[in-house]
Design a protein around this ligand. Structure first.
Ligand SMILES: [Mn+2]
Length: 321
């Protein structure tokens, strides 16, 4: 079974008296599930730890035991070790950095991640870009440390694996993913319930927003690009929220011969969130970086303050270049 060198990891934890774990902004199944699994292990070994996330997790994750323990504020003087989980960039993905810069710069950090764009910040960087999710890395870490896996651990980690592989549909679904999943399945994971909560459940405002978006979908066959701009008016008209966009890009990306799919959604104060999905051979994180974002080869995103009127043509020009 796969293992990671953990001597420094164990030393740093031994030297600390109180740990702060960080889930990334706009938390997803990987950062939440992996953090909660690590928390459970640390607490069961009488190690003090707290999980914080700048944004409140979506209600779809309420099936995860102890999800309510996640704090959205921090008191830096309470902690002497930070563990970031699924956080590719300290400055832009923790949400807390601008307010507590000194704390993040002066406290030892263990950085556990799988983004190939991870800047390897921190005292110890446990980065495995080959891992489909941090859940996979966390499984091997906790297994090496002798975790007594049960249904809660398995549900946390399966949520992470399911989310980042799109329920085993993305190309990052390797034999290792299946191997870890097989191990987790020994602990009575209700995988059908996880799949329902993460991928199948659709509330009416969400479907109405998707209807509006699909109705004005742009397809540029010559360049292999599909894209849509979702305005604040579209959100108002459907009653949907920003998080309801999640999943729409998969639907759009199913059009044959499309190599890149982009959703631009208008947020408050002129901010635009971009989500990019690509096929093999087109690096989504490269295009996200053009707008100050990042992510994976086939799925990436950015937040930018762009002029609404110039968005579609500007983006198409860059993508086609
Ligand atoms: Mn991840």
């Amino acid at each position: 079974m796969k293992s990671y060198p953990l001597d420094d990891f164990i030393d740093l934890i031994d030297q600390s008296t109180s740990i702060l774990q960080i889930a990334h902004i706009n938390p997803d199944g990987d950062t939440l599930g992996s953090n909660l699994a690590l928390r459970k292990f640390l607490l069961s070994n009488d190690i003090k730890t707290t999980v914080a996330c700048f944004h409140k997790p979506s209600p779809q994750y309420s099936y995860l035991t102890d999800i309510d323990c996640i704090q959205n504020t921090i008191n830096p003087s309470d902690y002497d070790l930070i563990i970031t989980v699924d956080v590719a960039d300290l400055k832009t993905m923790t949400g807390f950095y601008p307010q507590f810069t000194e704390f993040f710069e002066n406290t030892p950090i263990i950085n556990i991640d799988h983004h190939h764009t991870n800047s390897r910040f921190g005292r110890l960087a446990l980065i495995d870009p080959k891992a489909a999710s941090v859940g996979e890395i966390m499984f091997y870490i906790l297994n090496s440390l002798g975790a007594d896996f049960d249904q809660d651990y398995a549900t946390y980690l399966m949520t992470a694996l399911y989310f980042d592989t799109g329920s085993f549909q993305h190309s990052n679904t390797t034999s290792t993913v299946m191997d870890v999943s097989a191990n987790l399945m020994l602990h009575e994971v209700q995988h059908n319930e996880i799949a329902y909560q993460l991928f199948q459940k659709k509330l009416l405002p969400m479907l109405k927003l998707w209807g509006i978006a699909l109705n004005k979908l742009n397809v540029d066959e010559a360049n292999g690009i599909s894209w849509v701009f979702i305005s604040q008016d579209d959100f108002k008209q459907s009653g949907a929220e920003a998080k309801d966009i999640e999943g729409l890009i998969n639907l759009m990306h199913g059009i044959p011969k499309i190599k890149m799919t982009v959703i631009l959604s208008e947020r408050e104060n002129g901010m635009v969130k971009g989500s990019i999905r690509t096929q093999e051979g087109v690096d989504a994180s490269y295009y996200a970086a053009v707008f100050g974002g990042g992510g994976h080869n086939k799925a990436a995103g950015f937040n930018a303050n762009l002029l609404k009127a110039s968005l579609p043509t500007h983006t198409t020009a860059i993508v086609a270049a």
